[in-house]
Write a protein that binds this ligand. Structure first.
Ligand code: FAD
Length: 379
């Protein structure tokens, strides 16, 4: 079915992104996986082309493109080209909105210009060693000391944590008259900020993920995003876009796996015929490709809703858990259809299978997504 959500400007952006990623990201993939990080010159070149922080206003180096269809196009092209980085979705879909939608004009003018040139890599630190799903239970604290906050605590699983220059940190605010969590922006140069290990993951190996430690970090009041007691509300506001981003990636990933696998099962023979022509395999692929087409329609509908500000947290949660589970079923079946070759690193399906697993965990686990949907049913 022809997709109807994109205009000419989105398709032009797609062409630009695809050409750039094919040229600049794909050849670097193996090196990035070996290093466990993407390189800065690539990130700066991406920014120069307008692929980083394009939602920021023009005076802050962006293009004022607050239209999630551009984000979706870029997420899809990262998957379609096989560019091995989460940095675009993390930056554009997840972290930049905390600046563009919630930070003051003065803060945006201080932070966004270096983000949009690629000089400042950004990250968001919510999860802690002791808690991930239950954000209300975070133990990091930001204690008011009369003219600044003192931030202490540990964070873990932080995407881009090794490279980050600027981290949005969720911490419990300890200040008279404030009851809640705040969002504190910490530069990596701050005294008391240290990075832990680059975590060894089973997938997404080109993307750095780290532990971060804050030991009495001084945070001026000017570096708090919004109200110091409303961080949880801000996260709840922004998490639907994060979850939609994952659904967009899930469908694109599943489509790509099916395309690769269809080629494979038409060429690989067993018992004198292409393996795809055995009824068991033909039916499996028919079912999965139909499910992916249905997922595509639904996610396009969610993108449309997000563009006009109507996507609800419940809809985003449903889209996230359903599509990421479909994604993993597709990957697993597609890997199986590759036989032993599917288990070999040199076959793309092997990496895609590994990379897809985390989608059911991060951004809120799929169990938590079901809780959000279930509670909305009045249960
Ligand atoms: C590769 C990667 C990148 C990440 N990037 C970031 C990042 O950039 N920033 C960040 O802040 N975090 C990040 N995370 C953390 C991620 O969001 C958390 O791992 C996730 O929210 C789950 O938290 P947890 O790991 O503490 O699991 P837990 O909360 O301990 O959950 C463990 C299990 O219990 C289940 N469970 C918990 N509560 C319930 C319930 N009420 N009902 C049913 N089941 C339940 C969960 O679904 C899960 O299966 C990342 C994680 C990974 C793996």
């Amino acid at each position: 079915m022809r997709r109807t959500i994109f205009e000419d400007e989105h398709e032009a952006f797609r062409e630009t992104a695809r050409g750039f990623l094919e040229r600049e990201a794909v050849p670097r993939g193996d090196a990035w996986e070996a290093d466990g990080v993407i390189d800065r010159p690539f990130w700066r070149a991406s920014a120069e082309l307008g692929l980083v922080g394009f939602a920021a206003d023009e005076e802050h180096g962006g293009a004022g493109l607050r239209d999630f269809r551009f984000n979706a196009v870029l997420d899809e092209e990262v998957v379609a080209t096989g560019a091995r980085t989460d940095a675009f979705s993390l930056t554009n879909d997840i972290v930049v909105p905390y600046f563009t939608d919630l930070a003051s004009e003065e803060q945006q003018a201080r932070w966004l210009p270096s983000v949009t040139t690629g000089d400042a890599v950004i990250a968001i630190a919510m999860s802690e060693p002791g808690t991930g799903s239950d954000l209300r239970a975070i133990a990091s604290t930001a204690t008011w000391r009369g003219d600044h906050y003192e931030l202490s605590g540990s964070k873990t699983f932080i995407t881009s944590g090794i490279q980050a220059d600027l981290v949005v940190v969720a911490a419990k605010t300890v200040r008279e008259g404030v009851d809640g969590i705040g969002l504190f922006v910490v530069p990596a140069t701050a005294d008391g900020f240290t990075r832990g290990r680059k975590l060894e993951k089973i997938g997404r190996k080109a993307q750095d993920t780290a532990e971060l430690f804050f030991d009495g970090v001084r945070v001026p009041e000017a570096d708090v995003i919004g109200d110091p007691g409303k961080g949880l509300r801000y996260m709840m506001r922004n998490l639907p876009q994060e979850r939609l981003s994952m659904a967009v990636t899930a469908v694109a990933h599943a489509e790509k796996a099916l395309a690769i696998t269809l080629d494979y099962v038409k060429e690989r023979n067993a018992f004198g015929r292409p393996i795809g022509t055995f009824q068991a395999n033909r039916h499996a692929l028919a079912e999965l490709s139909t499910e992916v087409a249905i997922a595509r329609s639904h996610v396009d509908r969610c993108i449309d809703a997000q563009v006009v500000g109507e996507l609800t947290p419940v809809e985003a949660a449903g889209a996230k858990f359903w599509t990421t589970e479909l994604e993993f079923r597709v990957m697993d079946r597609c890997l199986q259809l590759h036989g032993g070759y599917g288990y070999m690193e040199e076959y793309e399906i092997a990496r895609m299978w590994r990379d897809s697993r985390v989608q059911r965990i991060y951004g809120g686990t799929n169990e938590i997504m079901r809780e959000i949907v279930g509670r909305d049913l009045g249960l």
